[in-house]
Design a protein around this ligand. Structure first.
Ligand code: MG
Ligand code: MG
Length: 249
């Protein structure tokens, strides 16, 4: 069931989202060759708790980390561990924070040191596809308009989007209805209305979109183990468009 949020609820989500943005600000400084994904997890949890929030993903469906740390070919749900990041790696850190029962969710892919031009291109295209999707986020449009804009842009570069992993509604739960896929047709799926809060999150493979779950039961890669990237904002649909909740005000 899709719930429309009141302005008071959106204020709480905006606060949660601002804390998520503060975490990403800290990560921009912290992510360097030599850091482990567990150290990254600790930094995230500290910023989340220092700002009066709790980490949304800790124990969610049994996930062991405070955040997801997905390195190189791992698309989503990487578990923080003793992996040491090297120059030329990429890492997606997916951060969720809960403030007074309301969640914010934003994932971002970072370069570790100097990355190859083709890797840089994957990151740029995936980030831009998030904004192509967001351009369609307004009352009267449908979820399928967001999906179609993301798909058209990403596929024009020869990259792919797995259908199994999607964005989602967000609010009192970090994952709510509706699904917000990254593949779809204009004018289909739910009608967007003011007060709807959703996470838009293109997850992109450089190669083909055949997903495999790793032996740890969490990390997701594709069969050919190509690089992958992921950019996400949580937004509220407003009277005339959208407001990004997961950024600093
Ligand atoms: Mg996320
Ligand atoms: Mg999400």
């Amino acid at each position: 069931m899709i719930t429309l949020k009141s302005s008071r609820e959106i204020e709480l989500m905006d606060r949660a989202g601002t804390v998520v943005a503060l975490v990403h600000k800290a990560l921009k400084e912290a992510i360097k060759p030599g850091i482990t994904t567990l150290q990254i997890d600790r930094i995230c949890e500290e910023v989340i708790r220092d700002n009066g929030c709790t980490p949304s993903f800790k124990n969610l469906y049994g996930f062991p980390g405070a955040v997801c740390t997905s390195v190189n070919e791992v698309l989503v749900h990487g578990i923080p561990d003793h992996t040491i990041l090297k120059d030329g790696d990429i890492i997606t850190v997916d951060v969720g924070a809960c403030y007074k029962g309301y969640h914010g969710d934003s994932g971002w892919t970072y370069a570790v040191g100097e990355i190859k031009p083709e890797t840089r291109k994957l990151l740029e295209v995936t980030e831009e596809s998030l904004y192509k999707g967001l351009e369609q986020a307004k009352p009267g449009n449908h979820i399928g308009d967001i999906a179609s804009a993301i798909q058209e842009y990403v596929e024009s570069f020869g990259y792919s989007l797995p259908i199994e992993y999607t964005g989602h509604g967000i609010g009192r739960s970090v994952h709510e209805d509706p699904y917000v896929p990254n593949v779809g047709r204009p004018g289909t799926l739910e009608l967007l209305k003011p007060g709807m809060c959703i996470a838009v999150e293109p997850m992109v493979f450089m190669g083909r979109p055949h997903c495999v779950t790793l032996a740890d039961g969490w990390g997701v890669v594709n069969r050919e183990r190509s690089l992958s990237a992921h950019y996400e904002h949580s937004i509220a649909i407003t009277q005339d468009g959208y407001k990004i909740l997961t950024k600093e005000d």
